[in-house]
Ligand binder design. Structure first.
Ligand code: FES
Length: 106
């Protein structure tokens, strides 16, 4: 004899499997497809956090013979490099360094 109704145990099993599949789907989606910016790490940890965008501009004529700019965002003299990238690299295994702009020797 075949019954078209589910027993309580079958219903609980079906609901559990459906909920489990939904939870796995959400985790896969969040891991691979989510664009939620808050789940990604930030480069700027503490510089000018009240500004929507940190921007520095210099006139080329004012650079002098050499200028060394921070690219790790850890310098206390930002936007200039103060060597803080060395500690950052040591602690994280990263390999960032400064941008050096210098005048060609004539
Ligand atoms: S301190 Fe940031 S690149 Fe040197």
């Amino acid at each position: 004899m075949c019954s078209n109704t589910l027993s309580k145990a079958e219903l609980v099993t079906a609901i559990s499997l459906t909920a489990g599949a939904a939870a796995v789907s959400v985790l896969v989606y969040k891991t691979f497809f989510s664009t939620n910016k808050s789940s990604k790490s930030k480069v700027n940890l503490d510089l000018q956090k009240d500004n929507p965008k940190v921007v520095h501009a210099f006139d080329i004529e004012d650079l002098g013979d050499k200028a060394v700019y921070c690219r790790c965002w850890r310098s206390k003299k930002f936007p200039f490099c103060d060597g803080a990238h060395a500690k950052h690299n040591e602690e994280t295994g990263d390999n960032v360094g400064p941008l050096i702009i210098k005048r060609k020797e004539a």
